[in-house]
Design a protein around this ligand. Structure first.
Ligand SMILES: [Zn+2]
Length: 352
């Protein structure tokens, strides 16, 4: 029983200069294996029939020609999601910091592509959306950089993030991204909960106008870090739209804390502020990829045990299907990582 993302999807040619680039009609055949100086683990070669050329499986990500082993790539990814800064990772792996930067870029990009591809293909069922923003700095303390994040809280699926100013522009981009990945029906009312930032309200009004949603703002007031009051404002809809214990933003706040720990640029009281927004984005994608697809969550384990129920047509079916991919060879994370990095799949209109 394995939910192999690789076997169900057709192979395509990943070479941009090839006339059969990403064509579904093209025939791709396995064509032997090879090893490199830095990696004794065999890598698969393929033959592109339409373009009459061979290519390596690493061509499916930007890891081709990056002179590292898959083990090192995996270590880089892991250390990046344990909150280590680039310099520290370079020190541990005895590499140049620029090398680590390049690897992070390639892995982050692949994580991004993978997430978009899978979410687009399956279409996320979003029941309860929670959004929040974290502060950080760019280069120095004078320049704030905010990280907006979005979570589907019934499945704990991290939908996406945006880096930018604490304004409507960043909120708009975030909500737009969510709308593109979601599967929207007219029957269910989408639940949304955020803090009091007005940008969310405007972004939702602008972008989700054709989707029925109920919107709850949770306003927490703190004096000297102590929580004094929690107020709930039903901006759209009523308390009835948020039954049970759903009148809170606790899941996104939990993710918030997780990210503070796992991403070096988000550490509190750090000197290692982000120097380069692109590096920050790459590390964020590595973390999202790790969080959604590689890590085994307690909350996901429950779903996997109930997989039979999840395959029945209920609201969470599609996301359940998505999450069960973390079961795929879950005992061997490195293989899982390699398979994802070299995921051999493409979709028309989606540039992988
Ligand atoms: Zn080709």
């Amino acid at each position: 029983m394995q939910n192999s993302a690789n076997t169900t999807l057709t192979l395509f040619c990943p070479r941009k200069s090839c006339k059969c680039y990403q064509s579904a009609e093209n025939k791709i055949a396995k064509d032997g294996v090879y090893t490199t100086k830095s990696d004794c683990e065999p890598r698969q070669m393929f033959y592109c029939n339409g373009g009459k050329h061979r290519f390596s499986e690493t061509g499916y990500s930007d890891l081709f020609g990056k002179h590292g082993s898959f083990k090192e790539y995996e270590q880089t990814a892991k250390l990046s999601s344990y909150g280590l800064a680039i310099d520290a990772i370079a020190d541990v792996l005895q590499k140049d910091r620029r090398t680590i930067e390049q690897w992070q870029k390639a892995i982050g990009q692949k994580g991004h592509q993978f997430h978009l591809f899978l979410s687009f293909t399956i279409g996320l069922t979003i029941v309860f959306l929670q959004m929040d923003e974290l502060w950080s700095y760019l280069k120095n303390k004078k320049q704030q950089l905010w990280v907006f994040i979005a979570l589907e809280s019934t499945t704990k699926f991290w939908i996406g993030f945006e880096l930018g100013s604490r304004t409507i522009y960043t909120a708009n981009r975030l909500v737009k991204g969510i709308k593109e990945l979601g599967k929207w029906g007219k029957d269910n009312i989408l639940k949304v909960a955020t803090d009091k930032l007005a940008a969310y309200k405007n972004a939702l009004e602008n972008i989700m106008s054709d989707i029925p949603y109920a919107y709850l703002q949770i306003v927490k007031r703190r004096i000297n870090r102590r929580l004094v009051t929690v107020k709930k404002y039903f901006v759209k809809g009523t308390a009835k739209d948020f039954p049970g214990k759903s009148q809170n933003t606790s899941f996104i706040e939990r993710l918030n804390l997780t990210l503070r720990q796992h991403i070096s640029y988000l550490h509190r009281k750090t000197l290692g502020y982000c120097k380069n927004k692109l590096n920050f984005t790459n590390v964020m994608w590595i973390n999202l990829f790790n969080y959604n697809y590689i890590q085994f969550h307690k909350s996901l384990r429950i779903q996997i045990r109930n997989e039979d129920e999840l395959t029945s047509p209920n609201r969470r079916t599609d996301l359940g299907q998505l999450c069960s991919i973390s079961k795929y060879k879950s005992c061997r994370n490195s293989e899982l990582f390699q398979d994802f990095c070299t995921l051999k799949s493409g979709k028309d209109g989606l540039k992988l």
